[in-house]
Design a protein around this ligand. Structure first.
Ligand SMILES: Cc1ncc(COP(=O)(O)O)c(C=O)c1O
Length: 406
């Protein structure tokens, strides 16, 4: 039996761990699963996960890898064929030339991002994060003991940070900037002109590197995907991250990658050699098949995501207190919801913030969504549109009815 003194002793957990927040999206999905287990008919719009199956030709490649006995450790940075296929993909889709020693394959884009941050950021370094941002960025920066400097895009500019804002935020301590395009959570997509202006600012600050998260590259409704690395003046200082989770519906396979200057790629390789020894051999074979198959399976999914976005926008346009910019990519809508703050719920409680509103929707509408707080946007809320059409229609019918009670 532990003594009282033992129970009262300070937590054994490190300061580093205690400073870290649990992922808000994963926490909300957990609550949602608990309610479902209790028999409630909850619709989950909190998770950033395609509802499609991984295409069959990719699964077949994984089965083949097993049958081939491809079950051993691989080179830490990935099997040579996959790294070459990633170079070919960059050439085909992004007109970018990389050698395979500039590619590091990881356990999801999440690890690629963490590798890059841990390789570049010293304690106290400032990392400018375009906000609203994906929940994990801030926690990854904390792990590296860097300082997150959020730079907030305005609703009027579809939440996109401008080059002028960036210029004003750069200091002597700035080491890195980070953003996603198409953006999770806003769905905003940077144009060539906008990224060109950002590249021009970076060109004037040679100590600043950029981490470009392009995981939603294929889920783009405007057509042109632009990579910051396409601007020659900054290419050597851009780390481009991408992966298979979204475009190929391969979340569970845990496969992502980065492309960077050779010394940075080597640092990420070293980092990962001590942590995972590289990612799953079977997944790598599956990823190789995915890339060799081109992007037609992704195009079919994108058509569905676009249809769903339009379906949802058509419903939310009749909820004027949700101010919803049109997302040009990814699979979320990210409305401003502050008009509801201060209102009273049917049980007499007050909706003070986006987290209260998310809890109200979970309990009253039985729809799980994520508060904007974790994305650096406390006046907003994220709704995933990666669900079947009929589920989306039902979810937004319920949301509309519940919001009308406030
Ligand atoms: C913006 C962004 N970057 C990276 C990731 C991580 O992707 P992966 O599943 O490849 O780790 C996600 C997943 O939700 C994401 O939304």
């Amino acid at each position: 039996m532990p003594t009282t003194a033992t129970l009262a002793s300070p937590s054994p957990l490190s300061d580093r761990l205690q400073a870290m927040n649990e992922s808000a999206t994963i926490a909300m999905a957990k609550k949602c699963r608990e309610l479902i287990a209790k028999g409630f008919d909850v619709i989950n719009l909190s998770f950033g996960e395609p509802d499609f199956q991984t295409p069959q030709y990719i699964k077949d490649a994984a089965k083949q890898a097993l049958d081939d006995g491809f079950t051993f450790y691989t080179p830490v940075a990935g099997i040579p064929e996959l790294r070459q296929a990633i170079c070919d993909k960059f050439k085909r889709d992004n007109q970018l030339d990389f050698l395979s020693n500039q590619i590091v394959v990881s356990t999801g884009a999440k690890q690629a991002l963490t590798n890059a941050i841990m390789s570049l950021v010293n304690p106290g370094d400032e990392v400018i994060v375009f906000s609203p941002y994906w929940v994990s960025y801030e926690e990854m920066i904390k792990l590296a003991e860097g300082k997150t400097v959020p730079l907030v895009g305005t609703l009027e500019n579809d939440y996109k940070v401008t080059a002028a804002q960036l210029e004003a935020a750069i200091t002597d301590r700035t080491k890195l900037i980070m953003y996603s395009s198409p953006c999770n959570p806003t769905g905003a997509v940077f144009s060539r002109e906008e990224l060109g202006e950002i590249a021009a600012i970076l060109a004037r600050h040679p100590q600043v590197y950029a981490l470009a998260d392009e995981i939603y590259e294929y889920i783009n409704f405007v057509g042109e995907h632009v990579s910051l690395a396409q601007f020659a003046e900054v290419k050597d200082r851009v780390i481009t991250v991408n992966g298979f989770s979204k475009g190929y519906a391969m979340t569970g396979w845990r496969l992502g990658y980065l492309a960077a200057r050779q010394d940075i790629a080597a640092a990420c390789d070293k980092m990962q050699s001590q942590i995972t020894s590289g990612t799953c051999s079977i997944s790598q074979r599956a990823g190789l098949a995915a890339l060799r198959g081109g992007r037609s399976s992704a195009d079919e999914m994108v058509a569905a995501y676009r249809r769903r976005r339009d379906l949802v926008l058509d419903i939310v346009k009749d909820i004027p207190d949700l101010k919803t910019p049109t997302p040009n990519g990814a699979f979320y809508i990210f409305p401003e919801v502050s008009a509801y703050f201060g209102r009273t719920a049917p049980d007499g409680s007050t909706i003070n913030n986006s987290t209260d509103l998310a809890m109200f929707l979970l309990n009253d509408a039985l729809v799980s969504v994520v508060s904007g707080e974790a994305f650096g946007a406390p006046n907003c809320m994220r709704f995933s549109t990666a669900a079947a059409d009929d589920k989306l229609v039902e979810a937004f019918r319920r949301i509309k009815a519940s919001l009308a009670k406030l």
